[in-house]
Design a protein around this ligand. Structure first.
Ligand code: CMP
Length: 500
């Protein structure tokens, strides 16, 4: 057979097989990316094979050697690309990243290229292996010394990638700073803190540092809160108050629930520790602030004192105390007098009511009354505002806003007067102070004054209608219905308070 024809046949067959292989790979391996590189490799391989087969052509010419070396190196890259798409770079079963981290794959690619280069250098370029190795050893020593730090970081990065003590998206505490892992490069790990500032931490120092990994927020983590509470407060009551305070914070996870423990007895206070779980790992400062603030309000309302580190000095009863109490009662009575419900009360009755009223402070967002819960107290807003909301129809995620109540407004009359569960949720809109009137305080008044029951039932009926309208959008109802509601409510109020 003619030599030229044989060479062409070989070259053509190799090119055709390579292109068929390309077509197969593109269809079968979605992660296989090389395009032009593959065609270049196919063309180079086919040409060098054709030249090698054709005995008329010399394989000693430098152009042939160069082309063959290029074909071998490109072959290494193509081989690695196939391995990468088929095995190494495939997504993990968990769906989180590839099976082998990118940094490790990059290093493997370079090692493969070096191995193929050694083959090409000895087999094609005709260099002595020992000469190549010696020169490459000397070269690596020189490069190694010059790039000591960089290589240290690269290997630390590979170790981190293999061990995976953290992943992109995790929140790490490093040297007391909380920052989120953004990406890992050959040399460094890029983190971003809550001030939006990027921290570039060399991989070697990341590998050596003591890191606290809070995760990405998918799984709750526990934060500890330390509080000292007065020796006079029973631990069970304190623990209940602490857990209730934590549960008031929106970001607190309910499972696992908050847990409080007595940790010891301090100089001025019993020391408590509470562990609260949250997914809000990114805003731990805000979360801590919210929990500590709620603890203060909750303990304050329950009369549980936080004495540490303040020295509480007990004075002997002095003349200063009664006027203070007196002033508090006066101010409560003044507030009650401003309320329509009690406007006809004579000063003595108002005073009696004020004596029984408790002043409570709430932080923004705290719930004073929860829809569906049992309750038997009436609240009068003293300062600040309270927001009345109600859950929407089944399936709706947002609550319906019913009213914003300000100083002098009252709420909680529905459950107090009828014994039914709370019809709505009322939460503090900014900090707010309220007067709380328990059923025991209201009952004698309602019994004494039938007009009070009637006045209450009027407000109650109006609010209830408003509630129904908002919920069911039945605006067509008229005064008839309001009167009917009032009458039936009055009857129920009489029944509840056992009035004649
Ligand atoms: P109660 O049901 O005891 O607890 C929730 C309180 O929200 C309720 O009493 C009322 O005082 C108040 N409330 C309910 N509906 C309205 C409304 N439409 N407008 C103003 N306040 C309301």
């Amino acid at each position: 057979m003619n030599e030229d024809f044989k060479a062409m046949l070989w070259g053509g067959a190799i090119l055709l097989s390579a292109e068929l292989l390309y077509w197969r790979l593109r269809r079968g391996l979605p992660g296989f990316r090389p395009r032009w590189l593959f065609h270049l490799w196919a063309a180079l391989t086919a040409t060098t094979a054709a030249v090698a087969v054709d005995s008329h052509l010399s394989t000693d010419h430098w152009t042939f050697k160069l082309a063959a070396t290029a074909a071998i190196l490109l072959g290494a890259l193509i081989f690695f690309a196939i391995l990468d798409a088929a095995v190494l770079g495939r997504p993990r079963a968990t769906g989180l990243g590839p099976r082998v981290p990118k940094l490790v794959r990059d290093v493997l690619r370079i090692l493969l290229l070096v191995a193929f280069f050694l083959v090409a250098a000895t087999q094609v370029l005709g260099l002595q292996l020992s000469a190549v190795l010696v020169s490459s050893t000397v070269l690596s020593a020189v490069i190694g010394l010059a790039l000591q730090d960089v290589l240290g970081n690269v290997f630390a990065g590979m170790a981190l990638q293999l061990e995976q003590p953290f992943a992109a998206g995790d929140w790490l505490e490093i040297d007391g700073t909380l920052a989120r892992v953004m990406e890992m490069t050959w040399r460094a790990t890029r983190l971003r803190n809550n001030d939006g500032v990027d921290l570039i931490e060399p991989n070697a120092s990341m590998a050596g540092a003591r890191l606290v990994n809070y995760g990405s927020g998918e799984v709750p983590v526990g934060f500890n809160f330390h509080v000292g509470v007065s020796y006079s407060a029973p631990p069970a009551a304190v623990k209940a108050a602490l857990c209730e305070a934590a549960l008031q914070v929106r970001e607190t996870a309910t499972s696992p629930p908050p847990q409080a423990f007595v940790e010891g007895f301090g100089d001025h206070a019993v020391l408590y520790r509470m562990r609260v779980w949250t997914r809000a790992v990114s805003s731990s400062v805000i979360f801590r602030d919210a929990v500590y603030s709620r603890i203060w309000y909750q303990l304050q309302r329950r009369g549980l004192e936080i004495p540490f580190p303040i020295h509480t000095v007990h004075l002997h009863p002095s003349a200063a105390e009664p006027p203070q109490q007196e002033a508090a009662i006066e101010s409560k009575a003044r507030l009650l007098a401003r309320i329509d419900l009690f406007k006809d009360f004579d000063p003595e009755r108002l005073r009696r009511l004020a004596q029984q009223a408790r002043r409570e402070l709430y932080d923004h967002g705290e719930k004073l009354v929860r829809e569906g819960e049992q309750g038997d107290s009436l609240f009068v807003v003293d300062t600040g505002r309270a927001l009345v909301t109600r859950s929407g129809p089944t399936g709706a995620t947002t609550a319906i806003e019913l009213a914003v109540l300000g100083p002098g407004d009252f709420f909680g009359e529905m459950s107090l007067l009828t014994g039914e569960p709370r019809s709505a949720t009322v939460s503090a809109d900014g900090s707010c102070t309220v007067l709380v009137l328990a059923k025991d305080a209201m009952e004698p008044l309602v019994k004494e004054d039938p007009e009070l029951a009637a006045a209450l039932s009027r407000v109650l009926a109006a609010r209830r209608l408003d509630l129904e309208h908002r919920l069911e959008d039945r605006r067509a109802r008229g005064t008839h219905e309001q009167l009917a509601t009032e009458a039936s409510l009055l009857q129920r109020i009489r029944g509840f308070f056992k009035l004649g």
